[in-house]
Design a protein around this ligand. Sequence first.
Ligand code: GH3
Ligand code: MG
Ligand code: MG
Ligand code: MG
Length: 324
Amino acid sequence: LRLRAQTAQTIGLQELARHDRPDEPGNVLLVDGRASSQERLLRALKPIAEVSITSDPQAALFEAAESNFDLVIVNANFDGYDPLRLCSQLRSLERTRFIPILLVAEQGSDEMIVRALELGVTDYIMRPVDLNELVARSLTQIRRKHCNDQLRASVQQTIELAITDDLTGLHNRRYLDSHLKMLTDRATARGRPLSICITDIDRFKRVNDTYGHDAGDEVLREFASRVRATVRGADLACRFGGEEFVIVMPDTTPEMAAIVAERLRLMVESRGFGIPQADTVLSVTASLGIASLRPEGDTAEALLKRADTALYQAKNSGRNRVVA
Ligand code: GH3
Ligand code: MG
Ligand code: MG
Ligand code: MG
């Protein structure tokens, strides 16, 4: 009878392995203090997942933060170590908080299971472990993790699309509108400087009129890439509309902003813009207006307005220059 039961169990596992694989193989981290159970669980999980094994909970946390696991199985069989500590650490780290945790618990440890569920452990299974159950519960978690990953990625992608300018890949005006106030409020609260620069390509209409709209687009893309090369990581660069761009520079004094703007002006002027469509290289210049946050009290709108007025002056006083 025992033999038959074992055979049935083995067949059951193989069936599961064959017909019930997750669409992609799962990545499982098995944290288990005992070599004998490590071996047994590994054999059951192998057909459905890539399995990494460790008996050291601290190493487990490290590994989980480094790799992309779909499931962490924590076997509560450590001498003198509370496995819920690892579970709670996994839940609190940014890089591991979405990984499902399957706890393997001792019979009669109801209290521990309740605490585990409270701190965010996803599921549990009792010892002695029924391997079919282990595989079934693991598969459920791996599938759900894959679904959640896809969902998160597509939400992320949707957000990216909504805040990105298609043509240049810079942020768009919607993003600027929603972030400028936040950045100026934060600078004011912390007593930090903040400057912005508005730049507009000179006589851009001529590019379109002479070489066509596609050539104009090419100039916009190249211009954006020079903007990108000019700004720091903390700066926010966006296409404000048409051939107008805005750079928000936190922690930047008026003097520093003038240097950045002048650097961008030179970067545009000093090297021609290649237009493959027209097989030509164009000289392009831009005018720039800068303004800085007034510490005594200011608004995002007023700041933008002052930069825009400065830009207008740059245009009126001959273009290809920076006005503060
Ligand atoms: P100024 O020096 O005074 O700025 O002159 P300008 O010709 O650059 O300014 P104007 O505002 O008269 O013209 C801007 C042009 O930018 C007009 C419009 O057709 C063009 N434009 C706006 N958006 C796009 C775009 O996405 N692609 C292309 N190719 N052109 C665009
Ligand atoms: Mg204009
Ligand atoms: Mg222009
Ligand atoms: Mg314009």
